[in-house]
Design a protein. Structure first.
Length: 80
């Protein structure tokens, strides 16, 4: 049995799958760790990992009340 809301999990995985599909078609490359994961793991597993990461980010933002700052999520070398 899986924990959490089934619909929320499904939406997160569908969104993560869309991000991966966009990246594989030459779209914006925002996360070097995701590119590396896609290179070594099957796409569905990478989508699940990304969905998990997005869920953790969303939870942290809801709990803390902070706004999302994408530059804080990128390593210093990847920042523009």
């Amino acid at each position: 049995m899986r924990a959490g809301d089934e619909m929320l999990r499904s939406v997160l995985v569908v969104g993560a799958t869309a991000v991966i599909r966009h990246m594989r078609r030459g779209g914006k490359r925002a996360w070097p760790w995701l590119e590396a994961l896609i290179a070594r793991k099957p796409p569905k597993l990478a989508a699940t990992a990304l969905a998990n990461k997005l869920a953790h980010i969303a939870w942290k933002l809801m709990v803390s009340g902070e706004s999302y700052r994408p530059s804080a999520a990128l390593p210093a070398a990847a920042r523009p």
